[in-house]
Design a binder for this molecule. Structure first.
Ligand SMILES: CC(=O)N[C@H]1[C@@H](OP(=O)(O)OP(=O)(O)OC[C@H]2O[C@@H](n3ccc(=O)[nH]c3=O)[C@H](O)[C@@H]2O)O[C@H](CO)[C@@H](O)[C@@H]1O[C@H](C)C(=O)N[C@@H](C)C(=O)N[C@H](CCC(=O)O)C(=O)O
Ligand SMILES: Nc1ncnc2c1ncn2[C@@H]1O[C@H](COP(=O)(O)OP(=O)(O)OP(=O)(O)O)[C@@H](O)[C@H]1O
Ligand SMILES: N[C@H](CCC[C@H](N)C(=O)O)C(=O)O
Ligand SMILES: [Mg+2]
Length: 487
């Protein structure tokens, strides 16, 4: 239990009614999670307004209401706290509630359209290999050293972020590497967090359904850098033209990494094959297990962070050289002479990068077949572009479902087909059922061919109308390849 007025330290208050010395058992932002004596924070959402659930929260036992607009009836014995921004208040209150864990651990947040999971996973593996007790918050999983705590979001909600950091501090962690999604930044899920540094990987087309325009999407990412403290570092990709935008008005130490532009952490791709990457980093030639030039950026970003955190260059490169990266990112499965690549590419830029990487290393005599879909209830404008890229960069493309959520799968597939010209349509098939689509790709393949299965990577489900059905691309393609190539 904590005293309310201590939990409100640093929160911008408008007015208060009632006892501020009251003890609070928990901080809750969902009326369905209310416990006795908790503080309920009413947050305006994308679907509903949390203010509509204030009376429900009181019925369930909340004793403190934190809100932007006071309700019409004020109940006796309840404390009301009116704040300027309740989403922001939630983050700050959660941090105070858990004794400000981010002040006791070096937290580095990574943002960008692509490469966040790869970057934080590499950093986590690197720091564990260098002997540090290290935490991870990522799309694939949250971790305290090797202990996995399942993840539901790329960046957890404000209370979970602070609760997880508390667990990390209690477990003796010195570092935490976390993804900061644009949704999370706008929704203040990381308010109240003290960052040691932030990284910008890149920005390309995604999430326009949520942010409305590309400018708003850029602003969302920039907010992370605008709010960094003076003693933090801001490390950006200087080859992305928005890298410098992130640094405008940023108080933290400006740092850059790049392959093309001049930068503080400069690299060069020496060779790029299906076995790995050879890079020149600060004049040293190093071999890495990751595949694709885009991973050169991720590796450089990781190197930069480690050095900025005070690690020794030689040791960082030696350890980084042996690391594999995140699950579902360019995972290769070769059975019966056919190679399947499972990759989480779910944006036009990622898909193009992965296909260009494959095209850059293949011999050209084999076929490249791409199986791809686009998520439902997500940015519709990326659908025709992703379809076009799949057709242009492959010999055949099979369009299929990827988490249709609450949309009709065939509607999504029609949006994809709209991106394809009349001559290219012959190179495509549309098969709604993802298992059938993968099976067809295998049927169309012969020894030596390559099948790219894009969009789901590590995901082990297909989300249909609010229900997650077990589905794992790697599992499915391995089973089909084993069956179909064994005789
Ligand atoms: C669109 C979006 O981002 N939504 C997130 C947001 O919920 P919301 O604003 O829509 O909430 P709402 O349903 O409108 O409800 C408003 C408020 O009323 C409360 N409420 C609601 C109902 C009720 O009965 N009682 C009650 O108190 C809710 O708890 C909430 O506080 O805040 C919630 C708490 O943090 C998130 O769980 C939720 O994520 C949803 C499930 C989601 O799908 N988010 C995706 C888009 C997302 O966040 N993705 C990014 C990664 C994207 C990427 O980079 O690829 C991520 O970080 O995971
Ligand atoms: N630096 C990069 N630039 C462009 N594409 C990349 C980069 N790194 C990875 N990719 C591609 O993007 C896909 C997603 O990578 P990753 O999971 O690291 O990104 P993310 O930013 O965490 O994505 P999400 O926002 O969905 O969590 C990869 O499977 C790969 O195809
Ligand atoms: N974090 C991303 C993941 C997209 C993955 C793809 N499989 C899809 O469902 O669109 C999102 O929530 O938009
Ligand atoms: Mg991610």
């Amino acid at each position: 239990m904590k005293v309310l007025k201590d939990i409100l330290y640093k929160v911008s208050l408008t007015s208060t009614i009632g006892d501020m010395e009251r003890k609070v058992s928990a901080i809750v932002f969902d009326s369905r999670q209310v416990v006795d004596d908790c503080a309920f924070v009413a947050v305006p959402g994308t679907q509903v307004d949390g203010h509509n659930f204030i009376s429900k929260a009181l019925e369930m036992g909340a004793k403190v209401i934190v809100c932007e607009k006071l309700p019409e009836t004020i109940q006796e014995g309840i404390t009301y706290v009116q704040v300027v921004n309740s989403a922001k208040a939630l983050g700050i209150m959660a941090s105070n509630f858990f004794d400000n864990p981010s002040e006791k651990i070096k937290v580095v947040a990574v943002t960008g359209t692509n490469g966040k999971t790869t970057t934080v996973t590499l950093l986590h593996q690197l720091f564990v290999a260098m002997g540090y007790s290290t935490g991870l918050l990522s799309t694939v999983e949250n971790k305290i050293n090797e202990n996995v705590i399942p993840a539901t979001h790329t960046t957890p909600d404000a209370v979970s972020v602070q609760a997880l950091l508390r667990k990390m501090v209690d477990a003796g962690c010195s570092h935490c590497f976390m993804e900061a999604s644009s949704h999370a930044i706008v929704q203040e899920r990381i308010a109240g967090l003290k960052l040691a540094g932030a990284v910008f990987t890149n920005i390309t087309h995604d999430h326009l359904d949520y942010h409305g325009t590309f400018d708003e999407y850029i602003k969302a990412k920039k907010k992370l850098f605008d709010e960094l403290p003076k003693d933090a570092f801001a490390l950006v990709n200087a080859d992305d033209k928005r890298g410098m935008v992130m640094l405008q008005n940023c108080k933290a130490a400006h740092q850059t990494f790049a392959l093309k532009s001049s930068a503080d952490f400069k690299g060069k791709v020496i060779s790029n094959t299906l076995e790995g990457l050879e890079l020149d980093i600060n004049g040293k030639l190093i071999w890495f297990r990751l595949i694709g030039a885009f991973n050169a950026y991720n590796l450089l970003g990781v190197f930069g962070v480690a050095v900025l955190l005070g690690e020794e260059e030689e040791e960082v490169l030696r350890e980084l050289s042996g690391i594999r990266g995140a699950k579902g990112r360019f995972d290769r499965i070769t059975i019966g002479g056919i190679t399947a690549i499972v990759d989480y590419a779910h944006t036009p830029d990622a898909l193009e990068n992965v296909l260009k990487t494959i095209n850059g290393v293949r011999n050209g005599n084999e076929q490249l077949i791409t199986v791809v879909g686009c998520g439902g209830n997500r940015d519709k404008t990326k659908r025709p572009t992703m379809a076009k890229i799949a057709v242009t960069e492959s010999d055949k493309a099979i369009f299929t479902s990827d988490n249709p959520r609450f949309e009709e799968p065939m509607d999504i597939l029609k949006d994809m087909q709209a991106g394809i010209g009349p001559t290219e349509i012959r190179k495509t098939l549309t098969i709604e059922d993802r298992r059938e689509a993968i099976k067809t790709a295998v049927m169309l393949s012969k020894k030596g061919d390559i099948i790219l299965i894009a969009g789901k990577g590590h995901e082990d489900y297909q989300e249909i109308k609010g229900v997650k059905h077990h589905f794992d691309d790697t599992e499915v393609v391995s089973e089909i390849l084993n069956q179909m190539t064994s005789n």
